[in-house]
Ligand binder design. Structure first.
Ligand SMILES: Nc1nc2c(c(=O)[nH]1)N[C@H]1C(S)=C(S)[C@@H](COP(=O)(O)OP(=O)(O)OC[C@H]3O[C@@H](n4cnc5c(N)ncnc54)[C@H](O)[C@@H]3O)O[C@H]1N2
Ligand code: MOO
Length: 401
């Protein structure tokens, strides 16, 4: 039996992100940057006011209150073409360029607030409420480095320095192929012995949540030629294939039969619960994960192996969101297997977090997975978790922690 870590390492080592390309800025959000971005501009590009008020020379504010003639308006977007004449004020709005000669801004709240003349009741300190050119970013400064996964504030930063396109690693294209003669799409009536395909939908949603462009490639029936045809046609349009089902020891485990015949996919038992039967390899050069069919096994396998793989394929590094929590119950775990227990985290004032197991270990208990916000990791050498034991917990999509 292979360890979880060894299986993950083998899968990740075989992956290569597709070549970077330039994308319009909004399409690049969430992608990994493939270039260092230098700002061609100082940001702010000009000294500007951080308050609605009056631009003044400090020498003009002798004994307060002082009355100054108002020599026009400077709204945001105006150009401060002429210098502030001594003995006058200019009405200025937040973001408007500060005219040459002005040394500070008097906020409107410290005035009467006049239009032709203004009565100033309080004096600002030198430079007060003036945002200086280059205060945030200097021209020539690298504002973002290759490898950053673009967050919304980073997209805003790129826009602020004038970039409308950036080179990023493309989102991996994923095709999900659930297999099994018993499967019927949701929305269609079920015949005897049939069930709805939940894995196909869950895996597409999971891949999208990991930033991939994922499609449901249709249910594949348990016939070897149909499986091969579906795999080959999906491989031609994908950076990664995911199948579910058909990989254990049954007489109709056709995915395993067909892929074993190709010789480019290896199947092994991985020491984990759920998700023991795993396969990884390539179909016509496209990497493929063959995940076990049980619904919980399928989605837990995605979290453990496919999500990190998508992080690598999208040009990033594998990263997990993990917290340590104390067990709020006691349960057993199989010897020699790493158990991923569905759990719900709660803030626990004294100790950080506590984790309550939900649903039991059955791999068909999808509702309990859907109510969990973490997978509590029980190491291979632990067969019983006791109340208060500390466990690492992998945060699941949607976790508020
Ligand atoms: N004799 C053995 N039997 C089984 C073993 C074993 O080692 N020896 N392993 C068990 C474990 S653990 C798992 S996990 C499953 C994996 O089986 P498969 O990957 O071959 O999956 P299937 O047999 O096709 O299906 C298993 C189960 O999941 C349901 N299923 C499949 N696809 C979907 C789908 N798209 N949506 C919803 N549910 C799905 C399917 O109907 C079965 O109930 O094997 C155990 N057996
Ligand atoms: O390993 Mo299976 O995935 O436990 O049900």
């Amino acid at each position: 039996m292979q360890s979880v870590d060894a299986h993950l390492e083998q899968c990740l080592a075989a992956l290569m992100p597709p070549a970077p390309h330039a994308l319009p800025l909004l399409e690049a959000a969430g992608c990994v940057l493939a270039e260092d971005v230098e700002s061609p501009l100082d940001i702010p590009l000009f000294d500007n006011s951080s308050m609605d008020g009056y631009a003044v020379r400090l020498a003009d504010l002798g004994t307060l209150p002082v009355v100054l003639p108002v020599d026009g308006d400077l709204p945001a977007g105006a150009s401060a073409a002429s210098a502030l004449a001594p003995g006058t004020a200019v009405r200025i709005m937040t973001g408007a360029p500060v005219p040459a000669g002005a040394e500070a801004i008097v906020p409107v709240e410290w005035t009467d607030p006049g239009v032709d003349h203004v009565v100033v009741h309080r004096a600002p300190t030198p430079g007060q409420y003036v945002r200086l050119r280059g205060d945030d970013v200097s021209a020539g400064q690298v504002v973002l480095r290759a490898g950053a996964r673009l967050t919304s504030s980073q997209v805003a930063l790129l826009a602020s320095v004038g970039r409308d396109r950036v080179r990023v690693h493309p989102r991996p294209r994923v095709v999900v192929l659930p297999s099994g003669d018993e499967l019927v799409p949701p929305g269609k009536p079920l015949g005897p012995g049939q069930i709805h395909d939940s894995n196909g939908y869950g895996l597409v949603a999971a891949a999208r949540s990991a930033g991939a462009e994922a499609e449901h490639g249709g249910i594949v029936t348990d016939s070897a030629p149909a499986v091969l045809e579906a795999l080959r046609s999906a491989a031609a349009r994908a950076d990664l294939l995911i199948t579910s089902g058909g990989v254990s020891a049954g007489a109709y485990d056709v995915v395993k039969e067909v892929l074993s015949g190709l010789g480019t996919v290896s199947f092994q038992k991985v020491g984990m619960q759920p998700g023991m039967p795993q396969g990884f390899g390539t179909v016509d050069g496209t990497p493929i994960f063959t995940l076990p069919g049980n619904p919980v096994s399928s989605l837990v396998s995605f979290e453990l192996f496919v999500r990190p793989a998508l992080q690598v394929l999208s040009g990033g590094v594998p990263r997990r969101r993990v917290v340590t929590a104390r067990a709020a119950g006691a349960w057993s775990s199989p010897a020699g297997k790493r158990q991923f227990t569905r759990g719900v985290l709660s803030a626990d004032g004294a100790h950080g977090y506590s984790v309550t197991p939900v649903g039991g270990p059955g791999s068909h208990l999808l509702a309990s997975l859907a109510s969990a916000d973490c997978l509590a990791v029980v190491p291979e050498d632990v067969t019983s978790v006791e109340l208060g034991d500390e466990l690492e917990c992998y945060l699941l999509e949607g976790s508020d922690v």
